[in-house]
Design a protein around this ligand. Structure first.
Ligand code: ADP
Ligand code: ADP
Length: 232
């Protein structure tokens, strides 16, 4: 499903270079929940942003469903990105738009017709449990509700993959559990492959099938969660 080959990222600023990601290889299988764990600064965010070329790798290739994203630019890249949804720690919602319009945003960008937009938004709202707050604004919502809006918006274009960048790190433990359950249900019922990054072991234990451990821009270990963490 996702093949990462020798992907590295070097940031250059004021003539100094930071090697955020050393060349890494990763294979994410269709239908799994794949976790990436590591301390702050380990390169997790850089790596997950390379998966949809939100960050362009300095070297290497990222192939999603047989298409090499690193070879694409502009409209062709945009089109391929529709198969990859993304959610964020701080949600990144439009504060001046209602829940309905936040979820509708990608559908409007894709110039979907009004009837389709209304039906799709209502279907997504039901999936994530937001039917009753479609007219509200993000500032009126709890953190968990805001992340549900983020999830619904990320699923609007029917992606095959959902990337989650510290999606529960701004949430309390109870809300974290509820959002993880929702992600798990989306994985099971919709067959969407999930890649998530976290600094919390519990998140990996709760929902991931396989895990990669990152440190200082490298993957230091990867495998089934049960082998990497649960066996002594
Ligand atoms: P993590 O998500 O594991 O906390 P990051 O991928 O955010 O790690 O960061 C890895 C390294 O790259 C850190 O040293 C960070 O300071 C650096 N870094 C990340 N983004 C940038 C950027 N846009 N410009 C320069 N350095 C960056
Ligand atoms: P019409 O076709 O009657 O103009 P639209 O479907 O274009 O209606 O919707 C217009 C606006 O109404 C949308 O942008 C959205 O803000 C709001 N809206 C539509 N359906 C709902 C709904 N079920 N819940 C909340 N807001 C809605």
């Amino acid at each position: 499903m996702i093949h990462v080959k020798q992907v590295s990222k070097t940031y250059t600023r004021n003539q100094t270079s930071i090697s955020a990601l050393k060349p890494v290889d990763l294979h994410i299988r269709s239908g799994e929940i794949f976790g990436i764990i590591g301390h702050s600064g380990a390169g997790k965010s850089t790596l997950i942003r390379c998966l949809n070329c939100l960050e362009r790798p300095t070297t290497g290739t990222v192939t999603v469903n047989g298409v090499d994203l690193t070879a694409l630019h502009g409209k062709k890249l945009q089109a391929q990105r529709q198969q990859i949804g993304m959610i964020f720690q701080h949600f990144h919602l439009l504060s001046s738009a209602t829940v309905f319009d936040n979820i509708a945003f990608p559908l409007r960008l894709a110039k979907a017709d009004r009837k389709h937009i209304r039906e799709r938004v209502e279907e997504l709202a039901e999936l994530v449990g937001l039917q009753h707050v479609l007219n509200q604004y993000p500032s009126q919502l709890s953190g968990g509700q805001k992340q549900r809006v983020g999830i619904a918006r990320a699923l609007a274009m029917k992606p095959h993959v959902l990337l989650c960048d510290e999606a529960t790190s701004a949430l309390d433990p109870e809300t974290t559990r509820a959002i993880l359950q929702l992600l798990s249900r989306i994985n099971r019922e919709l067959g969407i492959t999930i890649v998530l990054i976290t600094h919390e072991m519990q998140v990996i234990r709760d929902i991931c099938d396989r895990v990669a451990v990152m440190d200082a821009g490298e993957i230091v270990e990867q495998g089934d969660v049960i082998d990497v963490f649960l066996h002594p």
